[in-house]
Design a binder for this molecule. Structure first.
Ligand code: HEC
Length: 140
């Protein structure tokens, strides 16, 4: 009896995590980023959506002056469609709730982080920053 109650409690507490994570391909991308973040810093204690939001909304000084922030192209509202500030082309919303396929193609995720972090921050994003960003977008 006690055991089945514990199992039920464990299952219930796993539900919000599963809803948050969703697609197994996104889970695998996050797991790889977490392994890298841990290798970079032994004190790494998990991804943080609030840090991801700060990364997304900050105005950076090190990159291309035309694109000081992720919001320059992805807008202030991740649930809304964006527009490429350089080409004018539309961009689908970056929040997973609005565009469920977001962060499910590892090669695409790496390619865009590479390009966009260089444009905005003037450097590569760290594994922790990438995971924080995905955690923010997946939790919206
Ligand atoms: C110059 C415009 C521009 C800026 C600024 C920009 N992005 Fe993007 N981003 C794009 C475009 C274009 C795509 C590819 C089209 C798409 O995924 O809808 C994209 C896609 C992405 C993807 C891929 C998402 C997926 O589903 O695979 C990630 C990750 C990403 N951006 C992160 C960022 C981060 C982090 C910042 C800020 C540091 C940022 N972007 C700033 C234009 C931009």
């Amino acid at each position: 009896m006690i055991r089945s109650t514990l199992v039920a409690a464990a299952l219930l507490s796993a539900v919000p995590l599963a809803a948050h994570a969703g697609d197994p391909r996104r889970e695998a991308i996050l797991a790889a980023l977490a392994a890298q973040a841990r290798a970079d810093d032994a004190a790494f204690a998990g991804f943080d959506a609030a840090r991801g939001e700060t990364l997304f909304r900050s105005k950076w000084a090190g990159g291309d002056a035309r694109t000081p922030s992720c919001t320059t192209c992805h807008t202030d509202n991740p649930r809304q469609a964006g527009q490429n500030a350089k080409t004018g082309r539309p961009i689908e919303p970056v929040a997973v709730s609005a565009t469920p396929k977001r962060f499910t193609d590892a090669a695409e995720v790496e390619k865009q982080f590479g390009r966009d972090c260089k444009n905005v921050l003037g450097r590569a994003c760290t594994a922790r920053e990438k995971g924080d960003y995905i955690a923010f977008m997946a939790g919206l």
